[in-house]
Design a protein around this ligand. Structure first.
Ligand code: URA
Length: 481
């Protein structure tokens, strides 16, 4: 009886060649035995000589199935495949016969191999070998696959790491990619790999993406089976992360809300518009603003800063958000930007005490740096969250004109985040149809270093304020929109 010993490298091609030979020679499955080179040939076995002339055609999907199943670790895989192939030659429909027990077994084996390939792609961890002076970076990994998945998965690593040298050593065969050439070698001992400087970083990253509130230990262990852990640096962190998860999840549930993603801004703006009508008595609006916990900015700010001024003002002035001084004093525009605004207003003949002055965002957003609190521009979500309060103030005051100072105010009032440089001096439509005159924020002037630029920007700012006074007294909306 012929016995085929298949090589451990090039197994798929060798099995196909042998199977084709036996099939064309009409050798039935029971007349041949199969093994890989780790299995000794039986005492009475003949070397395989499968050649013949009967042309055979095989469904294409069987080739795909066989090309995967040959890498399973079941010693009977080659014989099973050949037995199925033998039946298939006279009954090609068997390849789609869901009731066929042999096909079901082969499909299951195919699934196991594919899963093992997937694990290899996900869990191989490389360590860098070479030095900085080497022409190509060089990496090595030790991996212990369940099936013989090195050969069929090598292409994935070649495509992904084409510009470096790497090797994946395993107790089975090992793969080397050097100077753009791929080769396989059997029986490499487990290497001692150098420690990796980026491993701590990787563990930290893993800790940070671990969400304790979504922990499902069984599902996690089925995705990342324990047998792979010993070669994965981040696995060392897992037991502690699991142990701490319930307490961390409880703390997360008790903590305040986090901001939704940026793409939710449109929906939030809509939502804010729906809830923006402040129904309570007007004198309670500042207190309601103070109590706002709608976004995380309240956690670090000293207090919310509501608008101030006459509730029948013809002009409303809207800035970005309270700064350091405003946060401490609880009043808008009292710091350096506010003082500059007062100078510009005096030049333009604008009486600030007759305007209602407020901000698009009511809490100070900053990052601490040493003893300073550095201003941070609010993002679109924060602007959208705070819009309900700005809308409530607009409904309360019903101004004839709103002056938007800077990009944040302009975005909150018009919904557009286009650059201020192309819009300043123009009138756009705002909430409730109230016209919005766009101008630069005074802090823009404070940042300018060039004297000529500063002079020109200041003249423009004064011109905008003059226009604001004029329009708030007598605006012809038809002229604008
Ligand atoms: N900048 C603003 O936009 N508003 C303030 O209240 C202070 C500085």
């Amino acid at each position: 009886m012929p016995h085929v010993t298949l090589p451990r490298i090039g197994t798929a091609q060798a099995w196909r060649d042998a199977a084709r030979g036996f099939l064309t020679a009409g050798v039935p499955p029971e007349a041949v035995t199969w093994g890989d080179s780790s299995v000794e040939a039986g005492l009475f076995d003949d070397p395989a000589t499968g050649t013949g002339s009967r042309p055979v055609t095989v469904p294409r999907s069987f080739i795909g199935l066989a090309n995967t199943v040959v890498f399973h670790n079941d010693p009977a895989r080659f014989a099973r495949l050949y037995a199925f192939l033998w039946r298939l030659k006279d009954a090609p429909h068997l390849i789609t016969d869901r009731g066929d027990a042999e096909l079901a077994k082969l499909r299951q084996m195919e699934k196991n191999v594919r899963r093992c390939q997937h694990k290899m792609k996900a869990f191989v961890r490389f360590r860098e070998l070479g030095g900085p002076a080497d022409p190509r970076r060089s990496f090595a990994a030790w991996f212990e696959p369940t099936h013989h998945t090195i050969e069929p998965t090598a292409g994935f690593f070649t495509r992904r790491f084409a510009d470096m040298d790497w090797r994946i050593l395993t107790p089975d065969i090992s793969v080397f990619f050097e100077d753009g050439t791929l080769r396989f070698e059997p029986d490499h001992p487990r290497p001692t790999l150098p420690p990796d400087a980026s491993e701590d970083l990787w563990i930290t990253y893993f800790r940070n993406i671990f969400n304790p509130a979504r922990l499902k230990v069984q599902a996690m262990q089925s995705e990342m089976p324990k047998k792979y852990w010993k070669n994965m640096p981040e696995a060392a962190a897992i037991p502690k992360l699991i142990a701490e998860a319930p307490a961390r999840a409880r703390a997360m549930a008790l903590a305040g809300p986090t901001l939704p993603p940026r793409r939710a801004a449109a929906a939030l703006a809509q939502q804010a518009a729906n809830v923006s009508a402040w129904q309570g008595p007007s004198e309670e609006l500042p207190r309601a603003i103070s109590a706002c916990r709608g976004c995380p900015l309240h956690r670090t700010a000293t207090q919310a800063v509501a608008g101030e001024g006459p509730l029948d003002a013809a002009l409303m002035i809207v800035g970005e958000q309270p700064g350091d001084h405003e946060d401490l004093q609880g009043r808008p525009f009292v710091g350096p930007a506010g003082q500059l605004f007062d100078q510009l207003a005096a030049e333009a003949g604008l009486d600030r005490s007759r305007a209602f002055v407020t901000n698009a965002v009511k809490h100070f957003k900053f990052v601490p740096r040493g003893r300073k609190r550095i201003h941070q521009r609010p993002n679109s979500d924060e602007i959208a969250h705070c819009k309900r309060w700005l809308d409530a103030e607009i409904r309360q005051v019903r101004p004839r004109l709103i002056l938007a100072l800077g990009a944040t105010a302009a975005e909150a009032l018009t919904g557009s985040d286009k650059a201020i440089s192309t819009r300043r001096g123009s009138v756009e439509k705002g909430p409730e149809g109230v016209p919005v005159l766009i101008s630069r924020h005074p802090s823009y002037l404070l940042r300018l270093r060039d004297a000529a630029e500063k002079h020109a920007a200041r003249a423009e700012a004064v011109a905008d304020l003059k226009q604001a006074v004029e329009l708030s007294q007598n605006i012809d909306l038809k002229k604008y929109y």
